[in-house]
Design a protein around this ligand. Structure first.
Ligand code: PMP
Length: 428
């Protein structure tokens, strides 16, 4: 299979060697490779293709827009207005009137950078607090606030003023406690560091986090941890940035993941699935109190992608019309039931998910060490059976799925069959 990639891309070194296929076309939940083999795609461009590959209505919306006007820098346009209206209409009602939107460029990291810069400008402060295990992107600032050690090794010490704290990953407690006896000890570190004048951390410009760490291994934050973080940041007037790049646009069963925690962030970062069909766009949504940038204060050429605007506005209509969020919740229940028996497998340390982002953490039952080789084998076995999966988490030992949000019950069932078979065979 690797030869197939080499054949198609022999002069580049960009392709995923662990998913050694070359894709010719995609439709809905499926892709076809250049040799005609069909796969269920549960990676979907890392969660970008929320309505599947080449959704016909989104293709039409983007195609019609391309014929009219493709790129508009910062000019107001009807497509941009429709996109803004559609996105703002998806906010919880209590937030709608006071949230502004800024276009940041094509990719998630652009919006993370913008969010940090906006908070620094608004507060006049320079430090940022982030969490262990989080991922925020590959640009310099986004990587600097990324708490996945392996990924940021190339820029170790690359950006001063970023402080990392334990994340409430209850499935593998960062401070070695159990959820019934911990009093959410993990948030205590941050509370003490910020409230104690000798705590060692100056008042920061922002706190940034994912509420479900995606690349970090599908780790949902503890509810009390998040709520106490919100209270703390409010008390100290620290803007709270929630990175919804992966969790946003319905992935977790609500439009934004923060809705499930009953909190309101000051800044929301969104990108990936905003267009529904893979067109690049990234935005921040932020409280009007942080509205300190004059027009032109934070620019970038590819902020006016009219195709993404047209598709993104249409995607919101489709999500509403087709009750896509309801489908996410029903399919999430299905995944939970289908993968439930994995808990009996000694190599499966945990099965966890929110909406349609799921992770199966594999670990050696004798040592509790991450079972990276097994995870890699499961990925390869699943691919051979026709299912594309991703890995993540500590040492890439978490098998992850990110299906399209409109995936059907029967495709999901088939994918679960393949996944269960691949794990069983991998463990043999
Ligand atoms: N934040 C999160 C939570 C992400 O998952 C990602 C990408 N996986 C990013 C930021 C960066 O987005 P991009 O790769 O589009 O720059």
């Amino acid at each position: 299979l690797l030869a197939q990639q080499e054949r198609v891309e022999s002069r580049a070194r960009t392709y995923p060697r662990h998913l050694p296929i070359a894709i010719a076309e995609g439709q809905g939940s499926f892709v076809r490779d250049v040799d005609g083999n069909v796969f269920i795609d549960f990676l979907t461009g890392a969660g970008v293709l929320s309505l599947g590959h080449s959704h016909p209505e989104l293709v039409r919306a983007a195609g019609e827009q391309l014929a009219i006007h493709a790129h508009g820098l910062d000019f107001p346009t009807p497509a941009k207005s429709a996109f803004i209206d559609a996105q703002l209409s998806m906010l919880p009602e209590s937030m709608r009137g006071r949230i502004k939107m800024h276009f940041c460029g094509p990719t998630g990291a652009n919006a993370v950078d913008a969010a940090i810069k906006l908070c620094k400008t608004a507060t006049g402060r320079g430090e940022v607090i982030s969490f262990q295990g989080g991922f925020h992107g590959s640009s310099h600032a986004a990587m600097a606030v990324t708490g996945l050690v392996d990924q940021k090794r190339p820029i170790a010490n690359g950006m001063p003023g970023v402080h990392f704290f334990p994340f409430s990953s209850c499935s593998r407690c960062p401070v070695g406690l159990t959820p019934d006896a911990c009093s959410v000890n993990c948030i205590g570190y941050l509370e003490r560091a910020l409230q104690d004048p000798n705590g060692g951390v100056p008042l920061p410009a922002a706190v940034i986090l994912e509420l479900v760490q995606g690349e970090g291994g599908v780790i949902p934050a503890n509810r009390e941890f998040v709520q106490r973080l919100r209270v703390l940041t409010r008390e100290l007037d620290i803007p709270l940035i929630v990175d919804e790049v992966q969790t946003g646009c319905g992935r977790t069963g609500t439009w934004f993941s923060f809705e499930q925690y009953d909190i309101e962030p000051d800044v929301i970062v969104a990108s990936k699935a905003l267009s529904g069909v893979g067109l690049p766009i990234a935005v921040i949504l932020y409280d009007e109190r942080l509205d300190v940038w004059a027009p032109g204060a934070h620019t970038g050429t590819f902020r006016g992608n009219q195709l993404a605007f047209a598709a993104g506005a249409r995607a919101v209509q489709i999500v509403r019309r087709d009750d896509v969020l309801g489908n996410v919740r029903r399919r999430a229940e299905q995944v939970g039931i289908r993968l439930g028996p994995l808990h009996r497998n000694p190599w499966v340390r945990d099965v966890r998910g929110v909406g349609l982002m799921w992770g199966i953490e594999l670990a050696d039952p004798r040592t509790d060490r991450p079972a990276s080789t097994l995870a890699r084998a499961v990925q390869a076995l699943a691919l051979r059976r026709g299912l594309i999966l991703e890995l993540g988490g500590r040492d890439d030992a978490v098998v992850r799925i990110l299906p399209p949000l409109n995936v059907t019950e029967s495709v999901l069932d088939t994918a679960c069959d393949i996944l269960l078979d691949a794990i069983e065979e991998g463990c043999r």
